[in-house]
Design a binder for this molecule. Sequence first.
Ligand code: CA
Length: 229
Amino acid sequence: MPLSGFGLMRVLVVEDEGQLCEDLRQVLEHAGYVTDTAQDGLEAVRLGLTEVYDCVVLDLGLPQMDGVSVLQRWREDGMGAPVLILTARSRWSDKLAGFNAGADDYLVKPINMDEILLRVRALIRRAAGHFSPMLTFGPLTLDTNSGRVTVSGVPLALTPQEFRILEYMMHHPGRLVTRSGLVNHVYDRNAQQSSNVVDVLISRIRRKLNMDIIQTVRGQGYRLAVPKA
Ligand code: CA
């Protein structure tokens, strides 16, 4: 299947095999996910507890701290992101330990890259309470697989960054979305973008939408709200 569309969300890949880690990062970024990587268990614990992710891909066999222990630490500290575990071992006891520690899904190596994308997308949708790749809000529809956006059925051309902003907001309809939350979901942690960039993107999206569907919450961020008739 084609790796099309702009995923939009933020994913952490924990994998100590350098080439596989890099392959996973490339596949996820190509699909539009902002992707961070960690190659040992301690770094994974640190990132998982200090950054916000929409999904984590976690290898079980890791240096310094094994994946099951990493997952236990995250869950004990309230880290709630969906976790897809990878294991070279197909023994049921390993998977069971992973699920008991709070995993949401697993894949056995060798990994099929299309399969991993499907699983990551499904986990993010499920965590956001959406079972369809199509998000709708008022007259707005957004297809997370194809990257198509329409307003009252009319296709709208957005840049990838504008799409990421709108997709994130449509995953949280009617709720306050902070500017820093948007920055974190559009750029990876090394990008150091200011929240002014988000304001610029929002104003461009508003101009293209040509309706009052994105409210400003003064000093905090933005909220998707159905325009008044
Ligand atoms: Ca490993």
